[in-house]
Write a protein that binds this ligand. Sequence first.
Ligand SMILES: [Zn+2]
Length: 445
Amino acid sequence: MNKGEYWNPVLETLPQEKLRQLQLKKFQEIVTWAYDHSKFYHQLYADAGLEPGDIKTFDDIRKVPKMEKSMMRDVQGPGKDNFPYGDILCVPLEQVTDYRQTSGTTGQPVYQADTWQDWEYGTEAYCYALYAQGYRASDRIFLPFGYNIFIAFWAYHYAGEKLGCEVIPGGVLNTEARILKMQELRATAMGATPTYVLGMAETARKMGLNPPTDLCIRKITVAGEPGGSIPATRKRMEDAWGAKVYDQVGSTEIGHWGWECRQQAGLHVNEALYLIEIEDVNTGECIDRPGKRGKMVVTTFNRLAQPCIRFDVKDLIEWNPEPCACGRTFRLLLGGIKGRADDITKVKGVLLSPTAIEEVVRDIPQLSNEYLVVVTKKGDIDDITLKVELLPKFQKDEASVRSVLTDQLRVKTNLGYNIEFHPYESLPRSQAKSRRFQDQRPKLH
Ligand SMILES: [Zn+2]
C-alpha cells in the first residue's frame, strides 16, 4: 500500500466509531495487564471495588480510578519495591532497558522504566509525528541538543532513524558550533525547544549568517514549551529560519501522544496508541464535545513496564470542532495545550494563564523574543510587572509599543501591568525550557 501522507494509513484514517472500539479493546487489555502485574494498580482498583472484567462499554472507562504524578512518587525511591521504580512496575527489573526521569523543578522526580518493547513503541509513536510533518528518508536531521536523563528528543532521534533519515547528534557543541555544523552538512530539519530555535537564529545572525538563505533547515519540530502552538511565536520561528515549524507534545510518563501535521491546524491526538479524555476542572464531568476547555486525562495503551492508566496530566485542552484537511480521523485539539491547570494562577483575583502573555508579546514585531513576568505583593495587593526588550532598530517606538502592550494585555488577560523596557539582550537567555513567569508572592502556608 502506498503510504502517501500517512505513516500508518489504516489506523490514521480509521472511522471514529472504529477508533472508539479499538480504544475500548486496548483499554481493557492494559487495565487487565496492570491489575495482574503491578501491586500498585491491583491495590488501586481493588480499593475502588473494580475488576478489569467490569469494563464492558466505553462509558465504563470513567469508572476506573485516575492516577497522578504524586501517586507514582509515593511508591518510588529508597526502601520501596523494585528500586527505584516501585511496585507500579509491571515487569521484572531485568526486563528494564531504559531509565528516564521527569524534569519537574520541585520534589523527587518520577522514575520511568521502559522495556525495549516499550522504547520501540515510543519511537513508533514519534514516527507518526515526523512522517505527518513531511520527514522522509532524504532528510538530514540535526539535533542541537544534549541528550541526558530526561526524555527530551531521544525519541525524535530514534524515530528519525526509523524513517530512514540521517540523524546527526549535536550534543556537546555550543550554539555557534552547532550552527556551523548544520551549515557544513546542509541539514534539512531539526528539533528543539521554541526558546532555543529563536535563540539559535539570533546567534546565527550575529555570526553574519542569514538562516533562511545560508542554512538548509526547512522543517523544525518543537517541543517542551507551548510556543509551537502560539501563532505569533510560530511565525517568529518560521520567519527567522525560512522553515515550517510543527508542534509536538509528550512527556516522560506518557510518551508522544500529540503532533501537528503539515496543515498546522492544531495538535492531532494519536488515538490509535493513546486514549485522551477531557474532564471539567471543577465538576470532573467528561467533555466529549468541542467548545469547552478541560484538563487532560490520558491512557497509554502499549507501554507495559510502567503504564499510565487514566493519568491526570492537568494540561488544559479542548477538542477542535473541525476535522483536519489532511484526512486523518485522529481528532485535533484547538490551539494545542492551553497551559496547565497548575500554572493558572490568580493575580488581583483574576485567573491568569502565562501563555496569554506570550501570545501578546510575541505578536508585537518591535519586541525581542525575550520577556519576563514577575508577580509580587505590595502590601495586600498583587503587583505584576512585564519586562520586555525593544529590538535595536525600534528604540524610538517605546511609547507606542507601551500603549499597544497595555491595551492588548488588558483585552487578553483582564489585568493591568507595570511595563518595563530593558536594554536589548539584557534579559536572561536560556537554552532549554525557559522560566519566563516568576511568582514571587509569599506562599500562604
Ligand atoms: Zn492533519
